[in-house]
Design a protein around this ligand. Structure first.
Ligand code: ZN
Length: 306
């Protein structure tokens, strides 16, 4: 009997230690939803990719490659993903390293700033998935970031741009927690823009999240993205919600500026294939919508990098 209780307690504590990151469980985030523009915002029947600066054919091709393994939770499959990203980032001239922590490995790729390389903008995504190919969660964030980096590689900026692919987000933000704790000079971090799943847009209304939870340190990042949307005339609507269930929250714990970008998950337009076997590359992914979001983030990143 005692052993049974002990076994149950061990199982329970183990389950807690590996609590699955699941946005659906964040009811406070659903309650906190607010639209930047009125809901009467004119819906488009088809998402037009407005600026065409980013190469979305490249995006699709690389998303298919990244999503070809069944489950990015095993070390083997994560290694395949990290090696794939390494070769892609080296092709565009970024310096790549892996930063190991207890039980995992974060992917880091960097392009040094021309005049003040000590100042760093961190663009991130988690590279793991939950029992599925994870094409949307978080293939779209990871390849979206690669597609943005491809453009950033073409120009020189004052500050350093650093891409981080976090391991073990889905098991409780483990990789980002270890990464931010290990950062040497936190004062030089301009901020973190964290890319989450962004492929689902069934309402075709361009609604998406930039989540800062109105933290004083972080609203400036949202404002940069809002300005880029306005300046570029992108058909996007920011829907506010508040959640700490992705890697941006690891930056918040150290008072660093951070936001997370995603599809309108809490506003009722969430991917039905979230954490499900059907999260594959198929017609439900909206490339025009993703292209527009990525254009906004690219433009905002360029402003932040000067
Ligand atoms: Zn995710």
């Amino acid at each position: 009997m005692k052993n049974l209780i002990l076994a149950t307690l061990l199982l329970a504590s183990n389950a807690f230690a590996h609590e699955e990151h699941d946005w659906r469980q964040d009811y406070m985030a659903y309650l906190s939803v607010q639209y930047d523009l009125p809901m009467s915002y004119e819906k488009t029947t088809k998402t037009q990719f407005a600026t065409k600066r980013l190469d979305m054919a490249f995006f699709k091709q690389k998303l298919i490659t990244l999503s070809s393994t069944t489950d990015r939770r095993t070390t083997d499959n994560l290694d395949i993903a990290r090696q794939f990203l390494k070769s892609e980032y080296e092709k565009i001239g970024f310096e790549v390293r892996f930063e190991n922590f207890g039980g995992g490995s974060n992917f880091v790729a960097e392009k040094k700033g021309a005049t003040s390389p000590e100042k760093v903008l961190i663009l991130s995504s988690h590279i793991d998935s939950v029992r599925c190919k994870g094409a949307n969660d978080n293939g779209t964030g990871t390849i979206g970031l690669l597609t943005v980096a491809q453009e950033l590689a073409k120009n020189n900026y004052a500050y350093t741009v650093r891409v981080v692919g976090f391991d073990k987000e889905e098991t409780g933000l483990v990789g980002s927690d270890a990464y931010v704790a290990s950062l040497q000079s936190k004062a030089n971090i301009i901020g973190n823009i964290n890319f989450e799943m962004m492929g689902f847009n069934s309402r075709k209304d361009g609604s998406f999240h930039v989540i800062d939870c109105q933290k004083a340190t972080s609203v400036a990042l949202t404002n940069e993205i809002r300005s880029s949307i306005a300046n570029l005339g992108l058909p996007l609507t920011i829907v506010k919600a508040c959640t700490d269930r992705s890697d941006h929250a690891s930056f918040w714990r150290h008072d660093l500026p951070a936001v997370v970008i995603s599809e309108n998950f809490f506003g009722g337009d969430a991917d039905p294939c979230y954490h499900a076997k059907c999260d594959i590359v198929d017609e439900r992914l909206d490339y025009g919508y993703m292209g527009n979001i990525l254009e906004a983030v690219l433009d905002a990143s360029e402003h932040l990098l000067k």
